[in-house]
Design a protein around this ligand. Structure first.
Ligand SMILES: Cc1cc2nc3c(=O)[nH]c(=O)nc-3n(C[C@H](O)[C@H](O)[C@H](O)COP(=O)(O)O)c2cc1C
Length: 354
């Protein structure tokens, strides 16, 4: 069951974990599972008859494998159609979003509210399995609370997992170790205010040793990843991977025994050719490069570097994309690195090696 899954994943994050960011992350680590942002059932379904539109939505680089598709939705016939399409595009798994607390998602009856309907989710999993061989996982919270319902007890969580497993056959649960308060907090606050209760996730693993239990929430360094792995099967990293991606540089050495010796600057330089290729696909450099802005976090002049790139790359929008001079883009990107200091020593690679 665990293959092709790895012990570390980068979380699905809307507007962040698009294909540009995922390509960029692969320069830092080959090991982790990557997830798409949540894509709604309707987004795929409405585009199902246009290969061009589907390509825009579903295309990715082969280096992104293992790549899991996260779907948001609750209409079983539509989800089934979408899953067939996702399988044709050779994704490595399907993940159902049962953790998003946004009001819009809540109104459309998917995301975290689905935690109140474990039998319904179990049925979705069962129906997906009828049309696809892809492994199905569920990403959810510890529990949910709204004006009308309170599912915040450990027993509610246990019941949710038990039903999804026994009745739906789901064997992989990714648990964001916080409750979600629907209608009370914004999605952003719902990622910060409710306390992390890792022990509940550990306890779930103890009670369901046969399941793959992945923990998520507030994990931002390799030592903590390794600590969590004493209790659960896998660890999912969200914001830290986007805001400070270079901390992942040691992952391949730890889990694959393959050291990635690229410095931050070398990673950025490798990304430059990807940015230039994207111009041929009609994509302006700014919308690609912006996903690397966490790379020099904590390094002197990181903000100046970001400001320089933002200004220079935004200016390029005055060119029609087909007339955009690639040499100019190359010069801007490589010159930007001069703003950053030269590496001094390698004692602490997370903060010093550029
Ligand atoms: C900008 C942003 C967008 C997110 N979008 C999604 C999403 O599309 N699907 C999802 O399941 N979770 C989404 N999340 C939640 C993350 O996947 C993750 O569960 C959460 O950030 C907690 O992990 P962390 O503390 O490591 O960031 C998003 C989080 C952020 C910050």
């Amino acid at each position: 069951m665990i293959l092709p899954y790895r012990k570390v994943s980068i979380a699905p994050m809307m507007d962040w974990t698009n294909r540009h960011f995922r390509y960029f992350i692969r320069l830092i680590t080959k090991y982790v599972n990557l997830y798409t942002e949540m894509i709604s059932e309707h987004a795929i379904y409405h585009k199902r008859n246009s290969q061009k539109d589907l390509k825009h939505l579903l295309d990715y680089d082969s280096c992104e494998h293992p790549l899991i598709f996260q779907i948001g939705g609750s209409h079983i016939p539509i989800i089934k159609e979408c899953v067939k399409i996702v399988e044709e595009w050779n994704y490595d798994g399907i993940n159902i979003n049962c953790g998003c607390p946004s009001e819009k998602v809540f109104e459309n009856q998917f995301g975290a509210i689905l935690m109140a309907k474990p039998r319904f989710i179990a049925n979705i999993v069962k129906e997906i399995k009828k049309v696809s061989k892809l492994p199905v996982s569920i990403k959810h919270r510890l529990g949910i609370k709204s004006n009308h319902l309170d599912k915040t007890h450990y027993e509610d969580l246990k019941e949710f997992i038990k039903i999804c497993y026994n009745e739906g056959g789901c064997e992989h649960f990714i648990i964001h170790a916080r409750h979600a308060y629907l209608g009370k907090y914004s999605p952003k606050k719902n990622r910060v205010v409710p306390p992390l209760i890792y022990e509940w996730v550990y306890q779930i693993k103890e009670e369901f040793p046969e399941l793959m239990i992945e923990i998520n929430g507030g994990i931002d360094n390799i030592q903590d990843i390794l600590n969590h792995l004493k209790y659960v099967d896998a660890v999912m990293i969200g914001r830290a991977a986007y805001e400070d991606p270079y901390f992942l540089i040691d992952i391949d050495e730890v889990f694959l025994n393959q050291k990635n010796s690229l410095s931050r600057k070398e990673i950025f330089l490798k990304f430059v050719s990807y940015v230039l290729d994207q111009i041929d696909q009609g994509i302006y450099p700014h919308s690609v490069v912006i996903h690397t802005f966490g790379l020099f976090r904590g390094i002197k002049n990181s903000n100046k570097w970001k400001q320089y790139l933002t200004k220079e790359l935004t200016n390029l929008k005055k060119y029609p994309i087909e007339k955009l001079p690639k040499e100019l883009v190359y010069d801007i990107l490589t010159k930007s690195l001069e703003i950053l200091p030269e590496p001094i020593y390698e004692a602490n690679r997370h903060t010093i090696v550029l």
